[in-house]
Design a binder for this molecule. Structure first.
Ligand code: CUA
Length: 359
């Protein structure tokens, strides 16, 4: 009876585990469904090491079981078996096999590590001394939002990283306050963003896999950085090279937005009084990084989420402005609880109209 209860417990534990693990399968955020060269290489390495580990476990357990059952003391037999302490043959076998396994694991690991860290192309110049075409993105992590600066294009975006597919994209990683970590599980990574010094790596976004997820991957902060660490998400929008060039042109051409309608105009006034000190509304706003203390809102009206966590609608935006701490504890935006509803509504109208692409 007791034994059956034990089995039942074990079975339900496995059922729950299976249920939880089944949740790990979203293609836009799963490291187990690689969507680019880096993710694929890391995945292959993971499979290789897992296979080696499983092989070791299976062989050791098999030998263990054979020994337990075949060589157990039998009734009435008190003889001592042959002692094999100091057997050269055995010691050689169990020393050489692990060494071989480690070599099989070490060689691809080292090669991969250097390949994935190879960012020399970032520094390369053309013959005329100009920078090459390699796309470089400066990622700056903040409590709890992400900034993506395209230094060669003069564009700054927040929360949405836009990249071309099927080519290497190079990243400079930094943080402005505490240590965070930049991670796009389906595409590769992760790498720390530090307050001192830059980390660099590259990623490649596969166009076919991007199609499967409607050209949007999800990114996360992978370093415990405060109470809203789990809410520190960003989106990765993939485009073909031509679409990307078009996007870059649109972004570069985007001037300071013009509010349309009386309510939006009133909202713009509120914004210019209360918000513009931290939030820019133009993708080519030239203020230096240290003064960019809040997300750039140039494309706010086109986003899918508010603050990366709330559904994108007027009501949520008003609630967010009134009390940001309620939705993302520990973030650095002040609350506007005392602002009157009319002003908030105007501000919401203005912000929802901030668009670059959908014009
Ligand atoms: Cu930023 Cu965790």
């Amino acid at each position: 009876m007791k034994k059956r209860l034990h089995m039942w417990r074990l079975a339900s534990l496995f059922a729950v585990l299976a249920l939880i693990l089944a949740g790990c399968g979203e293609a836009n955020i799963s490291a187990l469904q690689p969507a680019g060269e880096v993710a694929q290489t890391q995945y292959d390495l993971m499979i290789l090491s897992t296979l080696i580990m499983v092989l070791v476990i299976v062989v050791v357990v098999a030998i263990f079981l054979i020994v337990i059952f075949r060589f157990r003391r039998k009734k009435g037999d008190n003889s001592i078996p042959k002692q094999i302490e100091g057997s050269h043959k055995l010691e050689l076998i169990w020393t050489i096999i692990p060494i071989l396994l480690l070599i099989i694991l070490t060689i691809p690991t080292i090669i991969t590590t250097f390949d994935l860290a190879d960012t020399k192309a970032m520094e390369k110049k053309n013959r005329d001394g100009k920078k090459k075409d390699e796309l470089v993105v400066n990622v700056r992590a903040n409590l709890y939002w992400w900034e993506f600066e395209y230094p060669d294009l003069g564009i700054v975006t927040s929360q949405d990283l836009v990249v071309p597919t099927d080519e290497k994209v190079y990243f400079n990683l930094t943080a402005s306050d505490v240590k965070h970590s930049f991670w796009i599980p389906a595409v590769g990574g992760k790498m720390d963003t530090n307050t001192d010094g830059e980390n660099q790596f590259w990623l490649e976004f596969d166009s076919k896999k991007a199609d499967d997820v409607k050209n949007t991957f999800l990114g996360k902060c992978a370093e415990l950085c405060g109470p809203s660490h789990a809410l520190m998400d960003f989106k990765v929008k993939t485009k073909s090279r031509e679409e990307f060039n078009q996007w870059a042109e649109d972004m570069k051409a985007a001037k300071k937005p013009v509010a349309e309608g009386d309510v939006a105009k009133q909202g713009e006034e509120v914004f210019n009084k209360s918000c513009i000190g931290c939030h820019a509304v133009s993708p080519s706003d030239a203020r230096p990084a240290a003064s960019r203390t809040a997300p750039n809102l140039a494309t706010f009206g086109e986003r899918e989420k508010i603050a990366g966590v709330l559904e994108h609608n007027e009501e949520n935006l008003a609630n967010w402005i009134k009390d940001p701490q309620e939705y993302k504890p520990g973030n650095t935006m002040p609350s506007f609880k005392d602002m009157d509803q009319e002003q908030i509504d105007a501000l919401v109208e203005y912000l929802m109209g901030l668009k670059v692409e959908e014009k």
